[in-house]
Write a protein that binds this ligand. Structure first.
Ligand code: HEC
Ligand code: HEC
Length: 389
């Protein structure tokens, strides 16, 4: 049987039995949401071209940057995906307060300089001596970001349990932006919208100034030499930012896959175990998106497998802090599309799913131990379920 037919059979067998199969709005990685209007689809395609375009120094790249295009770090297995490329971050955490080291060039330590800057002997930024910790973070997949953005604040707030009132050892709390809004994006959950995240990605990853921040970044806090940035600021306008944002917002969530029809039953058993050992307390299978002017985003069931809250994952996983998150607090990773990833956890330290589970600590220790206590067959079923995501 060819693969396509097998998938069709699997979906039929799964209808009703496997969550997310019947009503799935998922598509192959990199595809746009179903049911976009023609105008929206046009913006998606234009935005994709910007996302994949190599930025030149004449267009404003740098003088300090990490990569020349977005897709360098978001291309596996398609544009908008993840990657194993690493971004270096450093922060200072003292007396419960997080310092993003803005006066020393910010928490993103840029690794590359344009030739004009290299001519001054500056090759990259360094981790400031005052940093208390650093991390090398991998780019997460962006599929389904528009749906994540459309989930109402109240839906996320309702999942919060900061004082562990239900006594299950899990006390997630909402991540906040520096100005107090409910966060959804970034591993520290400190960014509220796709647009806001992209505004910082443009500046820190590509070195492009924006209408919101038209000043070039410094080199570890020291102003740039005068002749290294011939471009006038801002280096990208709101229209360019808008189509880039729509590409990311309109990326469809990844579809489920059942490798062969007979696996449907074991996938369902694995999902039951996933709930039994309390993975689902944090990796909440689905949330509903709220109203939105884009019909394809409004009122959908979003099978993200995350509560979008931040949790204390223990000191071994801890490193940098966020504006409102401690070093060991990380947003529950969304498990949709897990089978497409090559590395796991925020710094990619796990090369397989089992190691990622066994590295859970802090609020995740109970679920980790419950997983470890399952029989080998049961563990296999749970992993088979995860491999269908
Ligand atoms: C050098 C690698 C790199 C480049 C280039 C890059 N990113 Fe990222 N991206 C990352 C990393 C690492 C994160 C996670 C950062 C964090 O959580 O602190 C991320 C996170 C994101 C997120 C938030 C995802 C989420 O759900 O939390 C969005 C959106 C995003 N990037 C879009 C872009 C866009 C658009 C561009 C181009 C302007 C871009 N990125 C360029 C590495 C990169
Ligand atoms: C207390 C909340 C919590 C519980 C319970 C929990 N997780 Fe997680 N999980 C997280 C957080 C937070 C991360 C991200 C950690 C990081 O990025 O370093 C994560 C990451 C993961 C990842 C890596 C995903 C990726 O792409 O990096 C997998 C796989 C995973 N969890 C599976 C499970 C399984 C299976 C269980 C049950 C045995 C479980 N988790 C229980 C919070 C939790």
């Amino acid at each position: 049987m060819n693969r396509l037919i097998m998938r069709a059979v699997a979906v039929v067998l799964c209808a009703g039995a496997c969550a997310g199969a019947g009503d799935d709005i998922g598509r192959e990685p990199g595809e746009p949401l179903r049911d976009l209007t023609e105008v929206e689809l046009g913006r998606f395609l234009l935005g994709k071209a910007v996302f994949e375009r190599l930025t030149t120094a004449e267009e404003g790249l740098g003088p300090l940057y990490n990569e020349k295009r977005c897709s360098s770090c978001h291309d596996h297995p398609a544009s908008g995906g993840s990657s194993t490329k690493l971004v270096t971050k450093a922060t200072r955490f003292e007396g419960g307060v997080c310092d993003l080291l803005v006066n020393q060039g910010g928490d993103n330590i840029q690794q590359v300089a344009t030739p004009l800057l290299v001519a001054h002997g500056i090759l990259r930024e360094v981790i400031p001596a005052s940093a208390t910790d650093s991390a090398r973070v991998i780019g997460p997949p962006l599929f389904g970001s528009g749906l994540v953005e459309t989930i109402a604040d109240e839906t996320i707030l309702a999942l919060e349990d900061p004082d562990d009132a239900d006594g299950n050892g899990i006390s997630g709390r909402v991540g906040r932006t520096a100005d107090g809004r409910v966060g959804r994006f970034s591993r520290k959950s400190d960014v509220a919208t796709v647009f806001d995240f992209i505004e910082t990605a443009l500046r820190f990853e590509l070195g492009l100034t924006t209408p919101m921040n038209p000043m070039e970044e410094t080199v570890n806090g020291v102003a740039l030499p005068p002749d290294v940035d011939p471009m006038s600021d801002p280096e990208i306008d709101e229209r360019g930012m808008g189509i880039l944002t729509d590409f990311v917002r309109f990326l469809a969530p990844p579809a489920r896959e059942y490798l062969f029809p007979a696996a449907a039953d074991s996938v369902a058993d694995g999902e039951r175990l996933f709930e039994e050992v309390r993975c689902a307390s944090c990796h909440v299978p689905s949330l509903s998106s709220g109203p939105n002017e884009v019909a394809a985003l409004a009122g959908q069931t979003v099978h993200l497998y995350s509560d979008l809250l931040i949790h204390d994952m223990g000191p071994a996983l801890g490193d940098v802090c966020g504006p409102n998150a401690e070093p060991s607090e990380y947003q529950t990773a969304r498990l949709w599309g897990l089978r497409h990833r090559e590395r796991f956890l925020h710094d990619g330290r796990a090369t397989n799913v089992r190691d990622a589970i066994l590295t859970h600590d802090g609020e995740g220790a109970g679920a980790r131990d419950a997983f470890a206590a399952l029989t080998p067959d049961e563990q296999q079923l749970l992993l088979r379920f995860l491999a269908s995501l």
